[in-house]
Design a protein around this ligand. Structure first.
Ligand SMILES: Nc1ncnc2c1ncn2[C@@H]1O[C@H](COP(=O)(O)OP(=O)(O)OP(=O)(O)O)[C@@H](O)[C@H]1O
Ligand SMILES: [Mg+2]
Length: 355
């Protein structure tokens, strides 16, 4: 963050690249904070997002990963222009919207929507699903009441719920269903880019897989781009075309999913990858090789290297047990499994594990 004078950065988008849907260039966000220590009580600036550059192509899923506090949600809020950047630019289809206001900003908010982590806290508990889903349409005066009602029912069906669910309130839905309502609300204004900020993180693992399958299906049907924020790399591996790795406000690595998972370059990415379960054998071989290399650097003893790999395997086995549901419903190359039953399973889980 502010203290790191010359952090190691991933190269930004290639110069001369044409036609991204969204382009963030040198995006920076600082927050005023009270200083501590000798200058206690004074004001200083904390840089939450530090000179971040990346592209999102039409129809592409770009994952943003990093530890808690690394600046992912701040980046999401900048991309959705829920806050103004302190520096850098944000272009959407070549238009600079970094400092857009008024009608220009309102129009942009129709192009970019956000799905948040906790479906219940992001949905008004007093409103029906229909009112929640159509709120953006009502706000933007896109259509009249009858048309909104009809659209709400169509959207419910699109996200795997029943039109009759329109009358229910959030407390009458399971976690997975409530997140489908959040997705329906995001899609109501027919955006081009959907920012999913830990949108599946709070869900039970099998429901998580269903919601990911839904997002992918919607993408196939309508060509949405996603900025998909998650701290769980097993989830990212299932959905991402490209991966951005963030640490202390800085993008330290970016590349295709296979590049980042198969040949991570930054030590921080290697650390993040060290404990995720095996799905793709090639990635798994690369991971085991890295574990051996890391152990070898420290000890040069082959026995200890084997021990490190075994320890990594033990951690992995524990993780694999946790993600078995996701692995069963989803292959690494994006194939949906038969368990993508959408609403039925969500309903079945209602009253069981809190999703
Ligand atoms: N409005 C704000 N004022 C001051 N600091 C802020 C503000 N919003 C975020 N921050 C700080 O910026 C840093 C990045 O926060 P951010 O929410 O973007 O992290 P994150 O990567 O999304 O973390 P998590 O995985 O926990 O959601 C944190 O240190 C946070 O405390
Ligand atoms: Mg966050």
């Amino acid at each position: 963050m502010t203290e790191t004078s010359a952090p190691e950065r991933a190269p930004g988008p290639a110069a001369g690249t044409h036609g991204p849907l969204l382009r963030a260039l040198h995006l920076t966000k600082t927050f005023p904070v009270r200083s501590r220590g000798a200058f206690r009580g004074g004001r200083t600036a904390f840089t939450a997002v530090d000179d971040v550059s990346f592209d999102i192509a039409p129809g592409e899923t770009v994952a943003l990963v990093g530890e808690s506090g690394s600046g992912k949600s701040t980046t999401a809020r900048l991309v959705a222009r829920l806050m103004e950047p302190s520096g850098g630019t944000l272009e959407f289809e070549g238009r600079d919207l970094s400092r857009a206001k008024g009608s220009e900003l309102a129009a942009y908010r129709g192009e970019v929507q956000v799905v948040f982590q906790d479906p219940f806290s992001s949905l008004n508990p007093r409103h029906t699903a229909e009112r929640i889903i159509t709120a953006p349409l009502a706000y933007q005066s896109v259509c009249g009441k009858e048309e909104r009602r009809e659209r709400a029912r169509r959207l419910l069906e699109r996200v795997g719920l029943e039109p009759e669910h329109a009358e229910r309130r959030p407390s009458q839905f399971s976690g997975g269903q409530a997140q489908r309502i959040g997705i329906a609300r995001a899609l109501a204004v027919e955006p081009r880019l959907v920012v999913c900020d830990e949108a599946v993180s709070a869900l039970d693992v099998s429901v998580q897989a269903q919601v990911i399958n839904l997002l992918r299906q919607l993408q196939r049907e309508s060509g949405y781009s996603y900025l998909f924020i998650a701290h769980d790399l097993a989830v990212v591996r299932q959905i991402a075309d490209r991966v951005l790795v963030m640490k202390d406000g800085v993008l330290v690595e970016q590349g295709t999913r296979d590049e980042v998972f198969g040949n991570p370059r930054h030590p921080y990415t290697k650390t993040l990858l060290a404990a995720i379960p095996r799905i793709n054998p090639a990635w798994e071989r690369a991971r085991r090789r890295r574990a051996r290399e890391a152990a070898g650097q420290e000890t040069t003893g082959a026995a200890q290297a084997t021990g490190a790999a075994q320890a990594a395997d033990a951690a992995q086995a524990a993780d694999a047990a946790r993600t078995t549901g996701a692995a069963q419903t989803m292959g690494p190359e994006g194939t949906s499994g038969p368990a993508d039953t959408g609403q039925k399973t969500d309903t079945a889980q209602k009253g069981g594990v809190h999703e």
